[in-house]
Design a protein around this ligand. Sequence first.
Ligand SMILES: Cc1cc2nc3c(=O)[nH]c(=O)nc-3n(C[C@H](O)[C@H](O)[C@H](O)COP(=O)(O)OP(=O)(O)OC[C@H]3O[C@@H](n4cnc5c(N)ncnc54)[C@H](O)[C@@H]3O)c2cc1C
Length: 423
Amino acid sequence: MTGRRCDVLVVGGGPGGSTAAALLAQKDFSVLVVERESFPRFHIGESLLPANVPLLDRLGVHDALRKAGPLVKYGATFYDQESDHEHTFYFMRGRSVPNYGYQVQRAEFDSILLEHARSSGAEVLQPATAERPTFDDDGVTVTLDEAGARSEVRARFLVDASGRDGFLASSIGRRERVPNLGKVALFAHHRGATRAAGIDEGNIRIFIFPDGWFWWIPFAGDVTSVGCVLHAKTVRGRDGAIDALYEGMIARVPRVAEGLHAATRVTPVHRAANFAYVNRPIVGDRFVSIGDAVAFVDPIFSAGVYIAMQSAELAVPAIARALRTNRFATKRFRDYERDLAFGIRPFFQFIERYYEPAFLEIFLRPRSFLGMLDAVTGVLAGAAFHRMPWRMRVSLNVFFTIARINYWVRRLQGRPVESRLEW
Ligand SMILES: Cc1cc2nc3c(=O)[nH]c(=O)nc-3n(C[C@H](O)[C@H](O)[C@H](O)COP(=O)(O)OP(=O)(O)OC[C@H]3O[C@@H](n4cnc5c(N)ncnc54)[C@H](O)[C@@H]3O)c2cc1C
């Protein structure tokens, strides 16, 4: 076995890993990224939040992405088929984050980010799989598998950016599944789907129906990502081909079926199942986990890529301090763990409630009253990650209280209140 040495080994070259690698390399640490797949490769997670835009600037990769010409997203349109309620949340100007995000094909986006890490000074080994981490007092040793050729790498620190694989959780930690969420998602790309006019062209569209919900994410050019997240009870006992299930679900949602009427599917139907979990531990002596390697719950608010990149940026100062002082005790990374938990809480709060009909009814008819619309749109844009101003907190509390009152009103009226989380 040959041996490589580096300050930081980053396992995974997705958005989280590339961000961590670029930022650490920019601070002159020696960084090795190990990525299992050859890029470009298909990946899910294509709609970026406005909060991602300044992060791309801070990372120094925004120009490269702009050159690729991603479709600009000014809003998110939610439509509930049963109630026929629809609302578009337009991201607002003059806030801590811009009034737009992007829709990106991950094959291209991830390649741009990884290339940026490389040009920032990180070494990238690809395709190569990291296996069997062994930690000791002085560092960590990991086995690398490059098409069957095995070698070892020795690092002072490890960043787990392996996404849903959970490199550390599956080797030295554990994964807790989040019951009821993360059921089954089926998705594909289509050419020739209908487009909205003007600034609405780039909106993400969410279509809610009794079996779950669809996303509709248009890209620059003529390709659109269409996927559904299905309740367990819809999928239970259906072992047939996933193509037929996907087509069957499209047929149940007339707005999606009409939009795809003249379109051709240009990728296979992909499937993701049981994708809601929380991994432990998140930090330890000589390691941190970032992005999906920490947790993933539900894609409804398109926050995954932002959280992956933002968690990387949050972790880097603590990693840099540890490398400079040669002190790697777990407690040095606790602030990162706490800040990350604070940042993702607002998304989790919305996701938990989103499957309740009483909440959905209020969510789809938001009022400008007491800053509620601003507060909800701010959370959807990712603006509440670092700091939640007290006005926003109060407005959200009012919003959740009204949704709670609506629960009791609906109960008294004999209308459905059961959360679809349980379905
Ligand atoms: C159905 C669905 C829809 C989604 N939609 C959205 C959306 O619209 N917007 C959004 O922002 N997010 C969305 N997400 C979430 C998004 O996909 C993730 O949050 C995001 O990709 C996380 O980035 P990451 O860098 O942490 O992990 P990943 O992007 O998964 O990258 C991890 C990388 O690690 C590599 N790897 C894994 N194990 C090893 C190993 N042992 N050795 C070497 N390499 C390894 C993998 O090959 C991979 O390239 C969605 C998720 C799902 C399930």
